[in-house]
Design a protein around this ligand. Structure first.
Ligand code: SIN
Length: 524
């Protein structure tokens, strides 16, 4: 096994990872490892854009209020205010660096509208390729730095010193060889876990790796029951093939059933632009009755010019977008919970940080507002990078317990089984009976072994499944404990919000009782 040393090790290559790397590298030696390649990430797939109260007539308070309302007031208001305020600075910095957001013929920025926003405030690039353009912009900057990027390297374990400090990670590289990275600061920026579900808008890499790695070394996971289903995945032959951006409804598209009846009328004052969980749940209830749901896009002029990526996606599946009738279904999209951090990305484990979707700063509450995720990566990545930039240089004390090179081989499910059970029991609608069934099913995969053993003798495929199981159990048990419906967590056995759950969070830690993970419920 070769070993490397750096000041900052970053796991992942989405927008939060890139921002952190760029800022930290101004004074620190930064290495970045990514599971496949730097262009396979949820950032790269993001269509909508960057939400920012940037337009002359927009206000920070209005963006804060929309974020809180979408999050069903489960958000940390201070963190939201910080996100929104710093978001304007982050956008201005990008513009001053030469980032090109879409402009009109007078060279003025064009602001799009998406669900639950009360203003047009979404900055976008090349219509619906914002994530890709932003990622390329940041990747180009990375080329002019000393940052070392390692592709096709999957982190299988974090390294922990005897005093509990995280001092790096072990990876399996593209040739299946193990590599050791020692770092003063280790940043998890590995994104979410949309691939735990059979219908997802996410990249293939979103298998919950970061949550599981963190849980294994004693970090706290928070709000894992809040999983957002995007209302409009492109639905062809029973499969979700990609995303149809909410910006399409922002331009006037209407959700209709197969008879042409608009389904959002009378459901919410914002109708088709209601918060995502409400639209997703409405579509799901119609689909359960055997209906097919379509986006009527007939009113959008020059659809292919405004949405070239969606047009290309439709064409890839031989769908004639000119008909103005795009079949859609809800798909797993984003997790609001994650590794608990402060606004600088610090976790409860010394030397370990988390940023982006994998982190939980409390900004998204029970449901994320559209286009606040690229914003989150920009703002909190910059903040963490700047903090690391100013951390004094330290020598790592490599005094760890002997790192085991063998581990007990865990029993693991197939990915398909796991996805089906997650959708069935911890999907858009949940209840105690289903969640209990799911938890019991997951218990058979020797959770204590998965939590305690090193994964270095497992194949990448086995490690992926092990990460998925640990993330799934965190979601299942959190969802079981939260006996109310709030935001994206929708239970048909406790249908309403409950005052006793207002401002309460479920924290998951690694301690064991009879082989299962212990959960604590804390009031924020
Ligand atoms: C979308 O374009 O609808 C997705 C953007 C987001 O999830 O914020």
């Amino acid at each position: 096994m070769s070993s490397f040393k750096c000041d900052v090790l970053i796991i992942g290559s989405g927008i939060a990872a890139l921002q952190t790397a760029l800022y930290a590298s101004q004074t620190k030696k930064v290495m970045m490892v990514t599971k496949t390649n730097v262009r396979t990430s949820n950032t790269y797939l993001a269509q909508g854009g960057v939400a920012a109260a940037h337009a002359p007539n927009d206000h920070v308070e209005s963006h804060v209020q929309d974020t809180m309302e979408a999050g069903e007031y489960h958000n940390n208001r201070e963190a939201v205010t910080h996100l929104v305020t710093s978001g304007i600075t982050a956008v201005n910095t990008l513009l001053s660096q030469g980032m090109k957001f879409d402009c009109n013929e007078y060279n003025q920025l064009v602001y799009g509208l998406e669900g639950a926003h009360s203003e047009r405030r979404i900055l976008h690039c090349k219509g619906d390729s914002t994530g890709k353009e932003l990622a390329e912009f940041l990747l180009n900057q990375i080329q002019h730095t000393s940052i070392v990027v390692k592709e096709n390297e999957m982190v299988v374990d974090l390294l922990i010193a005897k005093d509990g400090t995280c001092i790096g990670a072990v990876t399996r590289d593209g040739n299946n060889a193990l590599q050791k990275y020692y770092a003063t600061h280790t940043v998890i920026a590995s994104g979410g876990c949309g691939m735990l579900y059979p219908y997802s808008t996410n990249s293939q890499n979103a298998t919950g790796d970061g949550f599981a790695l963190a849980l294994k070394v004693g970090a706290r996971l928070k709000d894992m029951e809040f999983n957002q289903f995007h209302p409009t995945g492109l639905y062809i032959n029973g499969k979700v093939r990609g995303l149809v951006s909410e910006a399409v409804r922002g331009e006037g598209a209407i959700l209709r059933n197969q008879d042409g009846i608009p389904i959002m009328e009378g459901i919410h004052r914002l109708q088709d632009l209601a918060p995502r969980h409400i639209v997703a749940q409405t579509i799901f209830s119609h689909m359960k009755k055997g209906q097919q749901i379509f986006l009527d896009t007939s009113m959008i002029k020059n659809f292919n010019k405004r949405f070239p990526a969606i047009t290309a996606l439709c064409e890839r599946y031989d769908l004639d977008w000119r008909q103005g009738k795009i079949p859609v279904a809800p798909a797993s999209h984003f997790i609001m919970g994650g590794i608990e951090t402060d606004e600088q990305g610090r976790t409860n484990v010394n030397g370990l940080y988390a940023v982006g979707e994998v982190a939980c700063t409390g900004v998204h509450g029970a449901n994320r507002l559209a286009s606040n995720s690229l914003l989150e990566g920009l703002v909190f990545g910059r903040e963490l990078g700047m903090m690391l930039q100013h951390c004094p240089l330290q020598n790592i004390q490599i005094n760890m317990e002997a790192y085991k090179d063998e581990c007990k081989r865990p029993l693991l499910p197939t990915i398909q089984e796991l996805q089906q059970n997650m959708f069935l029991y911890a999907g858009i609608v949940r209840n105690d009976e289903g969640l209990r069934t799911l938890s019991h099913w997951l218990q058979q995969f020797s959770l204590s072994t998965l939590l305690e053993e090193s994964f270095q003798s497992l194949s990448k495929e086995e490690v992926t499944k092990a990460f998925m199981v640990l993330t799934a159990i965190s979601i299942a048990n959190s969802a079981r404990l939260r006996k109310e419906s709030r935001g994206a967590h929708n239970r048909n056995d406790c249908c309403n919000e409950s005052a006793s759950w207002q401002n309460a969070s479920i924290i998951i830690t690694q301690s064991h009782v009879e082989g299962s993970v212990v959960y604590e419920q804390v009031k924020a």
